[in-house]
Design a protein. Structure first.
Length: 342
């Protein structure tokens, strides 16, 4: 594969019928800790929150697995935490990610820093139908990127400071004008990005049994689904289930996918996504490290192309038919790829 051919393939993905899937790799590139960093934080903080002997024993088993190199997801599936440990994990995770996110946000506000996802959005012609972004991240970097570029966002909540979860009404908040066509009133809608978050968000909170988006509320009490054996059960409660269902519908409806920093470790989405990829829908995967599961998907899907790191400054391009290394070019990084391709 020649570089010019690869650039043309990448450019063809930047269309309105493309759904974007964002994983922790994109946030990691902006300074938000990933699972490895979170595991270290949990090992540091959780023991000081426990007093029950049973809880301490469970946590020692989890910590032992983490120390031996087991991933956080696997450690929490192998050693089922108690409800109290899960609550401690959720609060610690929210505070840890929230502090890192605040630093990025302050950099955007005070230094006019441009997030990688802002550069990405500029390459789309966002019209009335808008774009859909599905992210398993808790942080709000995608939201910040959109609004920093003057693009309105639909998170299925209506309001700003005490936003109610109204998934069937939120779309009407983007009505920009009413015009007459053939004697009928037609609503015109402003361009927007719909952001679907099946694992929750630092802004989401449950108040009197109802989900709200409240940006200024303490993050430790936010609605997020943390790794572990219970994440699939929690994913079937409001508002997670609505976001998951709409995400899967968007995956089914899409014509193409751009998948950024996502490791293919979430069954909530992948039942639909993998089925679509194996049916022949094109996908572009950009990631520093291609997981074993992702590599198997690439090898078994004829129209999927993955770009990952291969050495200090090299990029490896993988398809079902071939592998090719481009030296001295970090095309897997969103910033470098956009600069090089466009």
């Amino acid at each position: 594969m020649e570089l010019d051919e690869l650039k043309q393939i990448i450019q063809d993905f930047f269309q309105e019928d493309t759904v974007t899937i964002v994983g922790s790799g994109l946030s990691l590139a902006e300074g938000i800790p990933g699972m490895a960093g979170l595991a270290v934080e949990l090992q540091s903080k959780i023991p000081h929150k426990l007093s029950d002997k049973l809880d301490l024993g469970i946590w020692r088993s989890i910590s032992s697995d983490l120390t031996s190199g087991t991933s956080l997801e696997q450690a929490l599936q192998r050693n089922k935490p108690s409800e109290y440990i899960e609550e401690c994990i959720r609060k610690t995770t929210a505070e840890f990610i929230g502090k890192a996110e605040l630093k990025v946000f302050e950099n955007v506000v005070n230094s006019n820093y441009e997030l990688r996802f802002e550069e990405y959005l500029k390459r789309f012609n966002i019209r009335n139908s808008g774009l859909t972004v599905i992210t398993t991240n808790y942080d709000r970097l995608v939201e910040y990127a959109c609004e920093h570029q003057g693009i309105r966002i639909d998170t299925l909540f209506v309001g700003k400071y005490f936003a109610r979860f109204l998934p069937e009404q939120s779309k009407y908040a983007f009505c920009s004008n009413i015009t007459k066509r053939a004697g009928k009133s037609v609503a015109l809608f402003a361009p927007k990005v719909t952001i679907l978050k099946p694992h929750g968000c630092l802004s989401w909170h449950m108040i009197d049994g109802e989900p709200y988006s409240i940006p200024g509320y303490p993050m430790k009490d936010c609605l997020i689904i943390t790794p572990g054996i219970n994440k699939y059960k929690e994913g079937y409660s409001v508002p997670f289930d609505t976001h998951r269902n709409k995400a899967n519908a968007a995956i089914d409806f899409a014509q193409k996918y751009i998948i950024i920093g996502y490791g293919f470790s979430d069954d909530h989405l992948e039942t639909h996504l993998v089925q679509q990829l194996k049916s022949g829908k094109p996908a572009l995967i950009l990631t520093h490290s291609l997981s074993d599961k992702a590599e198997l998907i690439v090898k078994s899907s004829k129209r999927v192309i993955a770009i990952c790191n291969s050495g200090t400054e090299d990029s490896k391009v993988i398809t079902s038919a071939e592998e090719h290394v481009f030296p001295k070019l970090n095309l897997w990084d969103l910033h470098t790829m956009l600069k090089e391709v466009f």
